[in-house]
Write a protein that binds this ligand. Structure first.
Ligand SMILES: NC(=O)C1=CN([C@@H]2O[C@H](COP(=O)(O)OP(=O)(O)OC[C@H]3O[C@@H](n4cnc5c(N)ncnc54)[C@H](O)[C@@H]3O)[C@@H](O)[C@H]2O)C=CC1
Ligand SMILES: O=C(O)CCC(=O)N[C@@H](CCC(=O)O)C(=O)O
Length: 489
């Protein structure tokens, strides 16, 4: 195994750990093969990041920004090829992966603005001195990425971390190593000095070696609540290290009174089935009023969902839903549906694996109103659970009955309902008559409960990439106008 898939101290190196492969989940083909970074290589990456840390932090921010902007230009120049790599490795349709690359490009300008606005320098005049608030980078940080946005989401940590002057060791999802490699190649091409960004590829063992290394000053994670919780336990008792966790959700979408049924159905479909349901913001639970209006909307939702085109990422015409990340993920959704049916759910549209060996599945809708103890689980795929309710307060109680709190939405023509909903709902992203997916990078992005640890990302990522330093300064040391009692000069 000689493939140079690790990037440590400016060198592409072969891994020294276990071999692993990446599959095209829509075609069931191996598209990448490499060996994981061993624990020693992880340590070398951290040592390289440490070595590069002070020179990088001491460069003027304008120089760091110039490299980030060159990286954004390169992303733009390579947008078609990068979008194709993301599509091949994740199964997401190409129309969608092009939007992922566009978000990666946009991240640089947004992070520049956030850096100066949220962590810039402020001078406050005070009598006989000057008071400053400035910000400094933490040092060496690890970035962990998920598979569903293998470019955009780690990029959302890496870009602000580097602009703020941190150095980074990046551990991508083992399901998307090729995307990570392409990203890091573009950073290197943009002129990033050796050691500033290091890539350690591998499965869980590599992640564990990185997260457990005492040389880290911080860890920025986007992924499942299960892993995030493990990291949280692992970091307990280490208050000096910054930990930013972006995790899953069991996101509710509540419908009250809507005139335009098709518009509501479109918003539900965009919320529940985009990216084959593999967004942390996707709606998992749809709360519909009992009665004729709810029945009508549900019937139309089933009709439209049944007609959703599912297919390969490169199909022409393009599908709305591509493959899930793997056959394993597809089968886990079939199993989740079977579990909910066994608990008393009623299938309204069966989620089905469409082709053996692939992650291609059709979207499913299941009425779970009759289930007494509905599992509070994030089923990370295109399965929408419908719950019928009578009054809005009941819907709010159901919506908030989750350990998570990432995104939530209301579809309603009533301002009064929205005011009530906004006051009561507990989530970090709360939308009205808009999809609950597709959050803006120009806003904070994070959730409460088990969805995060109050370190919102996107626009607020600047906050966890630097710490504030308060200073009171004068050019010379001088005697005060009056002395404290008991002092004599
Ligand atoms: N809140 C947010 O911003 C987002 C959250 N997600 C969540 O991510 C999940 C899907 O992504 P996955 O890749 O399956 O997440 P995951 O938690 O399985 O993996 C994320 C990363 O952690 C690493 N890892 C796994 N176990 C580890 C361990 N014990 N120690 C150290 N590292 C470990 C993986 O190798 C990978 O690099 C969903 O639950 C989704 O809701 C996804 C996107 C956005
Ligand atoms: O991080 C940002 O720049 C904004 C957050 C974002 O892009 N969210 C996306 C994807 C998150 C996910 O569900 O995996 C979204 O809200 O659709």
């Amino acid at each position: 195994m000689t493939e140079a898939v690790q990037y440590i101290n400016g060198q592409w190196l072969a891994g020294e750990g276990e071999a692993f492969v990446s599959l095209d989940p829509a075609k069931n083909e191996e598209i990448w093969r490499g060996a994981a970074a061993g624990a020693e290589q992880v340590a070398e990456a951290i040592a390289a990041a440490r070595e590069a840390s002070v020179p990088w932090a001491e460069r003027p921010v304008e120089e760091r920004l110039a490299i980030a902007k060159r990286y954004a230009e390169l992303l733009n120049e390579h947008k078609d090829s990068l979008a194709r790599v993301i599509a091949r490795e994740t199964g997401k349709p190409q129309w969608e992966t092009l939007t992922e690359v566009a978000a990666m490009v946009g991240k640089v300008g947004i992070s520049e603005k956030a850096y100066f606005e949220r962590t810039g320098t402020v001078e406050n005049p005070i009598p006989g001195a000057r008071a400053f608030v400035r910000h400094k980078p933490h040092g060496v940080v690890a970035v962990f990425g998920p598979y569903n946005f293998p470019g955009h989401l780690p990029n959302g940590h890496i870009v602000p971390a580097l602009i703020a002057g941190n150095t980074v060791v990046f551990k991508p999802s083992e399901l998307t190593p090729m995307v990570a490699q392409e990203m890091v190649r573009l950073w290197a091409q943009a002129g990033l000095p050796a050691g500033v960004l290091n890539l350690v590829q591998g499965e869980v063992a590599t992640g564990k070696a990185l997260a457990a290394h005492p040389g880290l000053d911080g860890l920025f994670f986007t992924g499942s609540s299960r892993t995030g919780n493990l990291l949280h336990s692992q970091f307990s008792g280490q208050p000096g290290k910054i930990l930013a966790l972006e995790m899953g959700g069991n996101n509710p979408l509540v419908v009250t009174r809507v005139e335009d049924v098709d518009a509501a159905v479109h918003t539900i479909v965009q919320s529940a089935f985009i990216t084959s349901g593999q967004r942390c913001t996707c709606s998992r639970r749809l709360l519909l009023p009992k009665g004729e209006a709810g029945d009508r909307l549900l019937a139309r939702l089933i009709e439209v969902t049944r007609a959703i085109r599912v297919g390969r990422y490169d199909a022409d015409p393009q599908p709305f839903m591509g493959s899930m990340i793997s056959e394993k993920a597809a089968k886990s959704m079939v199993a989740a549906q079977a579990h909910l049916l066994a608990l008393g759910g009623e299938s309204l549209l069966m989620l089905k694996q469409l082709q053996a060996g692939t992650g291609l599945v059709s979207p499913g809708i299941i009425d779970v109103t009759a289930i007494g103890e509905l599992p509070d689980e994030e089923y990370f795929g295109p399965l929408l659970q419908v719950i019928r309710y009578t009054e809005l307060p009941e819907a709010l109680a159901i919506a908030n009955n989750t350990r998570y709190g990432l995104s939530a939405g209301l579809l309603s023509d009533s301002q009064e309902d929205w005011d009530y909903f906004f006051r009561r709902i507990r989530a970090g992203i709360v939308n009205w008559n808009k999809p609950i997916t597709g959050a803006s990078s120009a806003a904070p992005f994070g959730g409460i409960g088990e969805s995060g640890n109050h370190r919102a990302s996107a626009y607020y990522a600047a906050d966890y990439c630097a710490y504030p330093v308060a200073s009171v300064e004068d050019d010379r040391v001088t005697m005060p106008a009056s002395l404290s009692p008991g002092l004599q000069f």
